[in-house]
Design a protein around this ligand. Structure first.
Ligand code: G6P
Length: 368
């Protein structure tokens, strides 16, 4: 069945714009105000099993692996359960000791990625509970897992994942709330969490209004041969995802780094032709990331800042500023990734690349 472009020139752009709705759909029926928690009907875990979870492994490939990293920050902060993130392609051949209280989540848009499927089948064979966070109903991974959560993001056609990523992050946030409330998270904290989640679609909607600003930035830097993306904490995965988007569809070399790691290598790449994109919303490491921006500036590197409120410290430093709405720190990756998706899209367009079907890539990789 042909999915309509609804007047958009590309599926990727359409899917970027669908995100306020796809996030709403990920949350539909899953927020329980009365108990200040989330509802997951398909985990297929007994209350006893749920309470005995003492470790979580999140595994996936590509963009789904990036959402797993966001999930690690979320679940460790709010549920206080130790989390490990594994590339599925590594997990399937590694033989890590997995304790009985460990839950393994396979995160996947398509539900067909061969490595993710194999990693889940292998861990399940060894007797562990496996769950899928998956977009496609009835997919191979959904069938192989003991239970799971559907993203309800609707079909994603563009090879570069956009709406599935933000839905995965949102679902992982709800899982953090769910597991948190089973442990020590207070009722009030649960309510606040839900309030923040409910505001998210409007924040994403507002984030999309940065499009014309992003187009100007894309025009300015379209000829660069390397981009650096840097962020910290919740936005370290955002840096990885921004760099991946650009690589995938514009074929420009890009690297994502936790900003503080810059001094251990990437700073050697900085010169007047190498733009650095900093994801720098206010939060725990705000001043430190600004100091990293100064280091890039001191070496004549162009600085692009994705930030929230006007702050002279950033406005005077950055060559280009893209503003996104402010959310609580733990939801900021979902809002901050929007301009990075749009930047990749616009740069690819200006370079004449096939945005929806980039060379050498497949929407789902069903072979090893
Ligand atoms: C391919 C796609 C990526 C995707 C990855 C994992 O490489 O091009 O966009 O992130 O597979 O796919 P999955 O369907 O498992 O999320």
């Amino acid at each position: 069945q042909q999915i309509s472009l609804d007047g958009y020139p590309h599926y990727m752009l359409k899917e970027i714009h669908e995100q306020p709705d796809s996030i709403r759909n990920a949350m539909r029926g899953r927020l329980d105000d009365q108990n200040a928690t989330a509802i997951f009907g398909g985990l297929n875990l007994t209350p006893q099993q749920l309470r005995s979870v003492d470790r979580i492994i999140l595994t996936g490939c590509g963009t789904s692996w990036h959402s797993a990293l966001v999930g690690e920050y979320l679940i460790e902060e709010f549920a206080r359960i130790p989390v490990e993130v594994e590339y599925a392609s590594e997990l399937r051949y590694r033989n890590p000791p997995i304790e009985p209280g460990t839950l393994v989540f396979g995160i996947t848009q398509s539900g067909e990625t061969a490595d993710t499927l194999a990693a889940l089948v292998e861990t399940k064979r060894k007797g562990h509970r496996t769950l899928a966070i998956n977009n496609v109903v009835g997919s191979s991974i959904a069938q192989a897992a003991d239970g799971g959560v559907y993203l309800h993001a609707g079909p994603e056609i563009g090879v570069a994942s956009t709406k599935a990523y933000t839905s995965q992050c949102c679902t992982l946030a709800m899982l953090a709330l769910y597991f948190g409330r089973l442990r020590h998270m207070s009722y009030e904290a649960g309510q606040e969490f839900i309030t923040a989640l409910r505001r998210l679609p409007a924040a994403v909607e507002q984030s999309l209004t940065c499009e014309s600003r992003v187009r100007e930035v894309a025009e300015k830097y379209q000829s660069a041969t390397t981009f650096l993306y840097m962020g910290r904490q919740y936005n370290f995965p955002t840096a990885l995802e921004g760099a991946l988007k650009l690589k995938e569809i514009s074929y420009i070399h890009a690297e994502g780094y936790p900003a503080a790691e810059m001094k251990h290598g990437p700073i050697a790449l900085v010169d007047e032709h190498t733009p650095s994109v900093f994801i720098v919303p206010r939060g725990t490491t705000y001043e430190k990331v600004i100091a990293n921006m100064e280091e890039v500036k001191a070496r004549s590197g162009p600085v692009i800042a994705v930030t929230c409120h006007a702050d002279p410290a950033i406005d005077n430093l950055a060559d280009d500023v893209i503003r996104v709405p402010e959310t609580p720190e733990f939801l900021q990756p979902i809002v901050s990734v929007i301009p990075l998706q749009l930047l990749a899209y616009n740069v690819a367009l200006l370079r004449g690349c096939d945005v929806d079907k980039p060379r050498n890539l497949a929407k789902s990789v069903t072979v090893e």
